[in-house]
Design a protein around this ligand. Structure first.
Ligand code: F6P
Length: 294
């Protein structure tokens, strides 16, 4: 917007981008937009190019920017939640989250093969700057032995207690959110401290989670929210974020769109249920299973 670098998009343009990750917009945390001068420049460009509505896609940074921009912008603005962190109020899911989780799951499954083959402990760090959503979803969906997320402090205590009893007879997968305050290195050092015999590896999945083909869910979410955003502008709405609440389209005023730091209660309970398993019980069950199979 600031540079007046606009590209017309037609319906058929979707065919070359619907299966791609990232953004063709090439937008990223603009420092210039943080300054009033930058925002005024953006508004002039919108007007010069006869743009009659602005639809923005992004996470909390984008929505903070939109809130400030709406103070000077007399053109209707609506927003669409897009962040792999899934940490915005006003939508149960944000664009990119489901695809990122699927990538994380695929990679954790692959890492499990090595972990199972050599009876290793793996700490796998997944993204989520302040949010544990990718961590909890990917950890539960891969049956990780321990899931550490910023929203739950008890998991670490449970992990340390379990790891004391771990005697290298099996794989042990720890999924850690990037936003976990203790930090992956510290967690690894504590594991080694309480059980020095452990063969431990750390894998950071990193930016593979932000790219690749979007999942079916994300494609449909993009289509639903995109159409809803246009309809919302046509209906005269402005300064709202379109989202999905209980699988229904919803619109939330910008001032109520905030970064949410909590995975929901149901998820927290699942986490507690699964992470309270004792490691010894798991080994017995597995041994019993192999013996029956033989
Ligand atoms: O906010 C989304 C996010 O993917 C976080 O999960 C992650 O910490 C961050 O962005 C990575 O940002 P960058 O690509 O600038 O390193």
């Amino acid at each position: 917007m600031i540079d007046g670098d606009f590209t017309p998009l037609e319906l058929h343009d979707l065919q070359v981008m619907v299966h791609r990750g990232g953004t063709i917009l090439k937008t990223a945390r603009s420092q210039r937009f943080r300054q009033l001068e930058g925002r005024q420049g953006a508004l002039s460009m919108l007007k010069e190019n006869n743009i009659d509505a602005l639809i923005a896609i992004g996470g909390d940074g984008t929505f903070n920017g939109l809130l400030v921009f709406s103070e000077i912008c007399d053109i209707p603005i609506v927003g669409i939640p897009g962040t792999i962190d899934n940490d915005l109020t006003g939508s149960d899911f944000t664009l990119g989250f489901d695809s990122a989780v699927n990538t994380a799951i695929e990679n954790i499954d692959k890492i499990r093969d090595t972990a199972e083959s050599h009876n290793r402990v793996f700490i796998i760090e997944v993204m989520g700057r302040d949010s544990g959503y990718i961590g909890i979803y990917s950890g539960l969906a891969t049956a990780a032995d321990s899931i550490l997320i910023p929203e739950n402090e008890k998991d670490f205590v449970q992990l340390i207690s379990n790891i004391k009893n771990y005697n290298s007879e099996d794989a042990f997968i720890v999924v850690v959110s990037e936003g976990e305050e203790l930090g992956t290195e510290f967690i690894a050092s504590k594991i080694k401290e309480v059980n020095p015999k452990i063969d431990l590896r750390i894998t950071r999945l990193g930016h593979v989670q932000r790219g690749g083909n979007p999942s079916a869910f994300d494609r449909m979410l993009g289509i639903r929210l995109g159409v809803a955003a246009v309809n919302s502008v046509l209906a005269g709405e402005k300064n709202v974020m379109l989202g999905l609440l209980n699988n229904q389209l919803s619109s939330t005023p910008f001032q109520h769109v905030i970064k949410s730091h909590h995975v929901n209660n149901e998820m927290q309970k699942l986490l507690e249920l699964f992470s309270s398993q004792e490691v010894q019980k798991k080994e017995l069950t597995k041994k019993g299973k192999y013996e029956t199979n033989r």
